[in-house]
Write a protein that binds this ligand. Structure first.
Ligand code: SAM
Length: 254
């Protein structure tokens, strides 16, 4: 049966607000996590920045800079409550396909996994292009399934076997950031990079945090519990478990 993504996302984020950032702030590649990597793509001259689908607000904290206003926008009241408990915002509750900003009013729009969930994707990109000023930039992160090291790939395969499903997203993963799609909306892609991060599971809390953050519309609660048990069992056996998280950073200019 096809997933009713609108209801699924609403329920998932109401039940687990802040779960995505709990994982993404802990994944590492060298000296940074994905939020820091994306923030590095934002020029210091960007004064008016929107973080689209901001969730619990981790990206806003990374983007803070002098003479810069960063607005966080999300559809989920529960996610925005988490975001407000960490920083002042400003935050806006709105749908990503109807951005409450004037044409050409923003220097940069960032989004961590937002383009995977906002539907329809075309409409979201149209709106982003509308609110960016000429020369402004869209900088996004999307998951990347490429470059997964074989050992970590085997770990993910074991986990999905226990879950009897894999993490899913409303929009096709590899379509986000595609050059032709962006060009259709008058955005010129200037960067498309991939980086592999690692999430380390050392105890039951790490395992539960990971499973909680995943979109698993096909998994029962029992399967989720079994996935946590499976990870704890692997930790007991080998000390820790490393889960690879592939990320893709795409930057496009209007
Ligand atoms: C995968 S989470 C990423 C959250 C955040 N960027 C982070 O890194 O923690 C996706 C976010 O998109 C939000 N969302 C889903 N549909 C949306 C829509 N149509 N407009 C705005 N936000 C939406 C969800 O509430 C959720 O916070």
């Amino acid at each position: 049966m096809a997933t009713d993504w609108r209801s699924y996302l609403q329920d998932h984020h109401a039940a687990h607000p802040g779960a995505v950032q709990e994982v993404l702030t802990r994944v590492r590649s060298g000296d940074h996590n994905p939020y820091r990597w994306l923030a590095r793509a934002v020029p210091p001259s960007a004064h008016r920045v929107l973080d689209l689908a901001c969730g619990g607000g981790a990206m806003l904290r990374e983007l803070q800079a002098e003479r810069r206003t960063v607005v966080g926008l999300d559809l989920s009241a529960a996610e925005l409550a988490v975001a407000r408990s960490h920083s002042e915002g400003p935050f806006v509750r709105a749908d990503g396909v109807r951005l409450p900003f004037a044409d050409g009013s923003l220097d940069v729009v960032t989004s961590v996994l937002g383009l995977l969930v906002i539907q329809p994707l075309d409409r979201a990109i149209h709106e982003i292009t509308r609110v960016l000023r000429p020369g402004g930039a869209l900088a996004v992160l999307a998951p990347s399934v490429w470059l997964m090291p074989p050992r970590e790939l085997a770990e993910v395969t074991r986990l999905t076997r226990v879950l009897r499903t894999r993490p899913q997203f409303p929009n096709p993963v590899e379509r986000t950031g595609v050059k032709a799609l962006l060009a259709w909306h008058q955005l010129r892609r200037v960067e498309d990079k991939r980086e592999v991060y690692f999430y380390t599971v050392q105890d039951e809390q790490d395992a539960a945090r990971l499973v909680e953050a995943l979109y698993l519309p096909g998994a029962t609660d029992r399967r989720r519990d079994l996935a946590v048990e499976h990870l704890v069992h692997r930790v007991r056996k080998q000390g820790s478990v490393r889960i690879a998280v592939g990320m893709r950073r795409v930057v496009a200019i209007k």
